[in-house]
Design a protein around this ligand. Sequence first.
Ligand SMILES: [Ca+2]
Length: 141
Amino acid sequence: MPPQGSGGVVFFEHVDYGGTAGQALAKGNYTRAQLQAAGVQDNWASSVRVPAGWTVTIYAEDNLTGQSWTRTADTPNFVALSPNANDHLTSCRIQSTQRRRFHPLAEVEPASQALLSYSSSRLSEARVMTAPSRCRRHAMA
Ligand SMILES: [Ca+2]
């Protein structure tokens, strides 16, 4: 079985995760030289495994320039991308997938919108303020 990529982004020499695999790459920016040092040769990669919640941006030129492709999940065949990304990877950026911020209070308690402006460090306090009965039970316990 090929590596699942849970510990990082893994590029492969051939489609369907075949051929030689590069080292698992942590989040960060990688130049051509850095990728080569990790076993990912220039204009070589044909498939990639991407951990859940990660985004990899593939660049056709060095230093994050040229044509780019963004992948947020395992991609078994770069030939199928538009445009064709096969054997084009020269540099890349790996980061957490950007997501819209979401707070459960926004759905459960629409009247508590003002509390959403609290910083994340105070969210537990905001929760107590919206549930006074539970707060009392805690105090008596
Ligand atoms: Ca290849």
